[in-house]
Ligand binder design. Sequence first.
Ligand code: SLL
Length: 144
Amino acid sequence: MKRVKGAVFVQPIVYGSVSTWQGPDADQFKAHHWYIFVRGLYHEDLSYFVDHVEFVLHETLQPPVRIVREPPYEIEDYGWGEFEVIIRIHFKDKLEKPADMYHMLKLFSLTGEKLTTTPVVSDHYDELVFIEPPEKLLSILEKG
Ligand code: SLL
């Protein structure tokens, strides 16, 4: 494996979830619609170095592991409860090990007294930092 000495590459990303309560008449097990995503900070296309994104959900979701191969790297579903999601980014260059982000799916806003249909957004800024990336990855990143 050939790594490029002294090279560092930083890609700012945003990941998180947006959920919307479906109102009092919805099925209680599907009371909230949600989507979970990861993207480039300025909506950059990350597909030139991202192979796929794996979302690992709570075991009550079927299927609990979901793979998205093309942007937008996003999944959606309905549910009743909050849980921790692993957002695992797999790179085109297999020498670079996958990057894991942990996100707590947020369905309930604690700022209001009651449930409302206002979307609940929970997002986080992070950076993919490649320190001395393998030669192949660096050449892909520099072309992007
Ligand atoms: C816990 N926080 O740790 C809970 C788990 C799981 C939520 C919450 C499944 C949706 C469905 C769903 O919303 N699971 O049943 O269709 O115990």
